[in-house]
Design a protein around this ligand. Structure first.
Ligand SMILES: C[S@@+](CC[C@H](N)C(=O)[O-])C[C@H]1O[C@@H](n2cnc3c(N)ncnc32)[C@H](O)[C@@H]1O
Length: 243
């Protein structure tokens, strides 16, 4: 059963939100923000624990994407307040669709796109239902969501169905950050590989990590790469260790 809901008409949401003081009022009214976005001089999350987030990540990722995305279609899965959707739209992308399961984040994303006057669609849809979105996209962003899932590979297999061109994938990484050289097969009694910290592994969080009970499976670098390959993808580059 899909949970896709079409964009809610919110033209009245921002009509009078043109003055910085009014934008600031609306920003604080919309609860806590995870994305720090500059709304005409008003930062949405200036005290983020990761700094100017996600611009700190975008600085590494931006150079590997074409500066001109003229007409390209983009699907941003787990879009949050839409930082990446905004950046790709600013590069000239055509259709940009951001999806998330969280109504608060979707409301923030719609507010952001209205204030910045960018034509971006936002819809409520779980990653587990993205295969029900018609068509494929030139760029699919699947960032910061993987480790929040109880069924990460099930989700990844759905995500790749939407990829016509490139997937921009990011996950929290813990453990080794090396890319191991893997063999085709290992003998049943070869147990040493499991002691090698570089061998692909996922850490399962039963209760909570970083105060967040939605952190379930955290891969090391080797597991991230191996899972992407086993889903049929070829890894082109690592603009940063988690991406
Ligand atoms: C850590 S934030 C990452 C946001 C953004 N993609 C980024 O990289 O900065 C995780 C986001 O994934 C969303 N999310 C969690 N579970 C999801 C699911 N099953 N389907 C779609 N989005 C989900 C959350 O609501 C949240 O906005």
């Amino acid at each position: 059963m899909a949970t896709i809901q079409t964009n809610v008409a919110q033209s009245d949401l921002v009509e009078d939100a043109v003055e910085p003081s009014e934008i600031a009022r609306r920003v604080s009214e919309m609860g806590e923000w995870f994305h720090n976005i500059d709304l005409k001089g008003v930062p949405t999350a200036p005290d983020h624990f990761l700094g100017d987030f996600p611009r700190v990540k975008w600085k590494s990722i931006a150079p590997v994407l074409p500066a001109d995305l003229q007409g390209a279609s983009v699907l941003d899965i787990g879009c949050n307040a839409g930082f990446y959707s905004v950046e790709l739209k600013r590069r000239g992308a055509g259709r940009v669709l951001g999806v998330d399961v969280d109504d608060r984040y979707l409301a923030q994303a719609r507010f952001v796109s209205k204030v910045l006057n960018l034509d971006i669609e936002f819809a409520k849809c779980s990653v587990y239902d993205v295969d029900q979105i018609p068509g494929e996209f030139d760029y699919v962003l699947f960032m910061g969501v993987f480790y929040h899932l109880r069924y990460p590979l099930f989700a990844l297999d759905k995500v790749i169905k939407k990829v016509q061109g490139h997937l921009i994938f990011q996950t929290m990484i813990r453990g080794s950050v090396e890319s191991p050289k893997l063999k085709e097969d290992y003998h049943f009694w070869n147990k040493e590989i499991f002691d090698d910290p570089d061998f692909p592994r996922m850490y399962f969080i039963e209760k909570s990590y970083a105060g967040d009970p939605t952190n379930w499976w955290i891969p090391n670098h080797g597991a991230m790469e191996a899972m992407l390959r086993s889903s049929g993808l070829a890894i082109e580059s690592h603009p940063e260790v988690e991406t």
